[in-house]
Design a protein around this ligand. Structure first.
Ligand SMILES: NC(=O)c1ccc[n+]([C@@H]2O[C@H](COP(=O)([O-])OP(=O)(O)OC[C@H]3O[C@@H](n4cnc5c(N)ncnc54)[C@H](O)[C@@H]3O)[C@@H](O)[C@H]2O)c1
Length: 287
């Protein structure tokens, strides 16, 4: 897809971070927008901002882990615009960082529900439509966490590995079907967003077991905010996504400094070598 003006993009997780940056960039390219998120006030602010600049944009409050809500997102998009061209399955949460043996079933259900099933529903609802007209592109937000495995955040790593695999399968299936639509796996490194504050969207039925002391919890949040703020602006990521759609590029990396960690992991697999025991993603990559 090399023309953007007059076309339509659906973006999940559009209220913040990478999703909001993609919305602003697509609007600047002259696209109509369907923005979905669970954070309604932020979503409404973004719709007001983009409408004031002349964009045709609607918001559809949507929990991407909910199959029925995603069906409603499709209905709202097709009612408003008839044709959708770009779908960014982007909503995500970082989830709990407890070791695997301490995680509860609900910790897994939350992260896999949003990060993996949200993408699955996006394909289920929109891919047949895109294939029927042939002028479109799907961008799934995976992560370099889908190609590496550091200690902690097991549900997050597992969800992003699954999104990457799903996206590669779709790439092959589109080729087999002779489809002209494209698919990309967006694999960001650290980007300055609120992903590390995903607890703000923690469902009631998934209370955070780790935050017994509110003062300590706030100190940890402050540290995370500072750490994230120093990284790549999401606007740069949005620009790379536009380039990748234009060039039908499958992998969209945002930073080169993860290449050695990815190469190490794949060399271990190919060589049937025991992996080096690793610390957390922050410990291993912050330096
Ligand atoms: N920021 C990074 O360093 C980084 C790195 C790799 C991958 N990613 C991925 O980028 C994507 C976007 O995250 P971000 O970094 O912009 O973080 P962010 O927290 O700023 O934005 C994520 C958005 O997803 C929304 N969301 C959460 N749960 C939802 C649900 N159930 N239904 C609908 N929307 C929901 C949030 O409300 C938020 O607006 C995520 O998939 C994330 O895993 C981020």
């Amino acid at each position: 897809m090399d023309q953007f003006a007059g076309k339509v993009a659906v973006i999940t997780g559009a209220a913040s971070g990478i999703g909001a940056a993609m919305a602003r960039r697509f609007a600047a390219e002259g696209m109509g927008l369907v923005l979905a998120d669970v954070e309604e006030p932020l979503l409404d602010e973004l719709v007001a901002e983009l409408s004031a600049e002349g964009a045709e944009v609607i918001s559809v409050p949507t929990d991407v882990s909910d199959a029925t809500a995603m069906d409603r997102l499709g209905t709202a998009a097709f009612d408003r615009f008839e044709r959708v061209n770009v779908v960014c399955n982007n909503a995500g949460v970082s989830g709990s960082s407890a070791p695997v043996h301490e995680l509860r079933a609900v910790d897994w259900e939350w992260v896999l529900g949003v990060n993996l099933m949200g993408v699955v529903h996006g394909h289920r609802v929109f891919q047949p439509h895109l294939m029927s007209h042939g002028d479109g592109h799907i961008v799934n937000t995976a992560s370099v966490a889908g190609m590496t495995a550091f200690a902690g955040l097991a549900p997050y790593h597992a969800s992003k590995h699954a999104v990457l695999a799903l996206t590669e399968v779709v790439h092959s299936e589109l080729a087999a079907a002779g489809s002209t639509i494209g698919v990309s796996a967006l694999c960001p490194g650290w980007v300055a967003t609120r992903i590390a504050e995903s607890d703000r969207n923690r469902p009631e039925q998934v209370p955070d077991p780790l935050v017994a002391d509110p003062v300590e919890a706030e100190a940890v949040r402050e540290m995370i905010r500072d750490f994230m703020a120093g990284h790549q602006p999401p606007e740069e990521v949005a620009g790379l996504v536009v380039d990748a759609i234009r060039e039908q590029r499958f992998y969209v990396f945002t930073a080169s400094d993860w290449a050695s960690a990815i190469a190490e992991r794949h060399a271990d697999i190919a060589g049937a070598r025991n992996p080096r025991p690793k610390g957390s993603m922050v410990e291993e990559t912050a330096g």
